[in-house]
Design a protein around this ligand. Structure first.
Ligand code: NAI
Ligand code: 15L
Length: 264
């Protein structure tokens, strides 16, 4: 039996997974604070604010696998990030511990390592260098996941998602782009693996140029099939002008690294 909870099911990637994972598991329970379509076959829909521990417990109960995508997905106020990403992720792990869930896929972000320069090839052991309070919250989620594995044996794969959109929107995304198809196959690999322990994988397609090395998670057997190269001749990619000293070009996090502090 594989009973899966998907948080953030009403968001962009949640909606992608709802469609692409349909029928793959015994149950796909969909949860979000925002509106979602009514449940279809094999689905349950549970509205819940991640900051509400009791509601999160009810959403997690009965699920062995959690795809934790819910939360603030860009830079914001500390208050919002605290409730959605920090408290919210803590609530998910506490509920997982109490219900003895087996495995979590944590939707981390490249912004947890966004202050590494583009000429640095990163692997799973790279130092966290968040480029924003949003990135800090993803680093928190990763270290929390580490703790829940070491102390309670709850497995996690932290997926440092690059840029999962229909196509790369700028030259930076030629390296960070992740197709929906590759994202789905990565999620399926994480759910299907016999054992994952605690692991960090970069969610990027088979792009050129590469900034990230996933050899440490070869055990997942995940092979991205798409590549940003298919978009290399798009006018918005060819014609983009870049200044190597611009922080948005220097750092992997791009505009997040270049931006000022959100609360200023
Ligand atoms: P999104 O913003 O479209 O979806 C996030 C969902 O989380 C929304 O439906 C929102 O209502 C829900 N949410 C926010 N706060 C909540 C709360 N307190 N309680 C319950 N639900 C709450 O973001 P997207 O693009 O779908 O991303 C999904 C996850 O993947 C996010 O955690 C994001 O940080 C991460 N990610 C996405 C990337 C991308 O390229 N789309 C890149 C890197 C990370
Ligand atoms: C993210 O973490 C965001 O959720 C997404 O909206 C994009 O900004 C992405 O990173 C990116 O770096 O392109």
């Amino acid at each position: 039996m594989t009973r899966v909870l998907l948080t953030g099911a009403g968001g962009e990637l949640g909606r992608v997974l709802r469609q692409s994972l349909a029928g793959s598991y015994d149950l796909l329970r969909l949860s979000d604070v925002s509106d979602m379509d009514p449940a279809g076959p094999g689905e349950e829909v549970v509205r819940c604010d991640l900051a509400d521990a009791e509601a999160v417990q009810a959403a997690v109960d009965g699920c062995d696998t959690i795809l934790h995508l819910g939360g603030m997905s860009v830079e914001s106020t500390f208050e919002i990030i605290l409730n959605s990403n920090i408290r919210g992720t803590y609530n998910v792990y506490e509920a997982a511990r109490k219900t003895r869930a087996r495995r979590v896929l944590f939707a981390s972000s490249n912004h947890a390592i966004g202050f590494h320069t583009r000429e640095t090839l990163l692997d799973a052991s790279a130092e966290l260098r968040p480029d924003s309070i949003y990135g800090v919250s993803k680093g928190f989620g990763e270290i929390l996941a580490r703790y829940y594995f070491d102390k309670f044996g709850i497995e996690t794969v932290c997926v440092r998602i690059g840029s999962c959109f229909e196509m790369p929107m700028n030259r930076r995304m030629m390296s960070t782009w992740l197709s929906s198809r590759d994202f789905t196959s990565l999620v399926k690999s994480v759910v299907a693996a016999d054992r994952v322990g605690f692991a960090v994988v970069y969610g990027a397609s088979d792009n050129e140029p590469q900034w990230w090395d996933n050899r440490q998670t070869a055990f997942l057997g995940w092979r991205p099939l798409d590549s940003s190269a298919a978009f290399s001749q798009e006018p918005h990619i060819v014609n983009e002008t870049t200044d190597p000293n611009d922080p948005a070009i220097k750092f992997q996090g791009g505009g997040f690294a270049a931006a000022g502090h959100f609360e200023d």
